[in-house]
Design a protein around this ligand. Structure first.
Ligand SMILES: [Zn+2]
Length: 251
């Protein structure tokens, strides 16, 4: 299980503009006890370690744009990168489960690729000691009329439900979609890591209007800003949620 993780961890640490600072990702480390780096302690999300998961990658393109043929994986990564920058600007430490166009599974044998990919994403999130996870996806559906961003959480996770609700509201407020959806419980592997988690379906690539929007970088920036705004709302809520690490103290 450990083999291969080092490779992806290395990729994680050296991706342009998406360094996780001094956050330790060494195998077996307890990064949850790692204090934020000096100079990163200010901002509303200071002390938070946020995992950002760009869905799919590599052999797994995900949903396909009905008009353009564009693969979901690239759009997810773009939104995830934008989101990571915004979260870092708010003081959060960000760990990304992937930083380029690859899957996290071995090339051979091609058996159980998807499960291995998901297990390795989970391992990155756990080793980083992330307190909250945001997974970025694009939706598709047979009925091209379906549209609107929608957020999913693990059924039974109260903090995740609150998080998904805050994200859903922020997406509606920020993007003003014609169809306003509600956050829903969902059965996704990435939501099962034991931390508050939400999977954001940013919109439908099967809907011509929304596909056009999602292909536009400016709109994807607005999506990322809405997700960041939702996380900020949630992080400021009273109630059951993980205690953020204390800000680093000056020595
Ligand atoms: Zn997806």
């Amino acid at each position: 299980m450990g083999r291969g993780i080092g490779r992806y961890t290395a990729a994680l640490l050296c991706a342009a503009g998406l360094c996780v600072g001094t956050l330790s990702l060494a195998a077996g480390s307890n990064a949850a006890k790692t204090r934020p780096a000096q100079g990163m302690e200010t901002g509303a999300l200071a002390g938070w370690i946020v995992a950002v998961d760009a869905g799919h990658g590599g052999y797994d393109g995900g949903a396909v744009g009905r008009q353009s043929g564009v693969a979901e994986k690239g759009l997810n990564l773009d939104v995830a990168r934008r989101l990571a920058r915004l979260l870092q600007a708010e003081g959060a430490q960000v760990v990304m489960t992937r930083t380029d166009d690859y899957a996290l599974c071995d090339e051979d044998p091609p058996i159980r690729k998807k499960l291995q990919d998901m297990q390795r994403r989970a391992q990155i999130v756990r080793e980083a000691g992330a307190q909250v996870l945001l997974s970025v996806h694009m939706n598709e559906y047979g009925d091209a009329a379906q549209s609107g961003p929608q957020v999913f959480y693990r059924e039974g996770c109260a903090a995740g439900r609150l998080l998904a609700g805050a994200l859903q509201e922020a997406l509606i407020a920020g993007l003003a979609p014609p169809r306003e959806r509600a956050a829903m419980g969902g059965d996704y592997y990435i939501l099962e890591l034991g931390i508050p988690s939400a999977l954001v379906e940013c919109g439908f690539l099967s809907n011509a209007r929304e596909e056009g929007l999602l292909l536009d970088a400016e709109y994807r920036q607005r999506v990322a800003e809405a997700i960041c705004a939702g996380l900020l709302e949630w992080a400021a809520l009273p109630g059951p949620r993980p205690t953020p690490l204390p800000p680093a103290q000056d020595a």
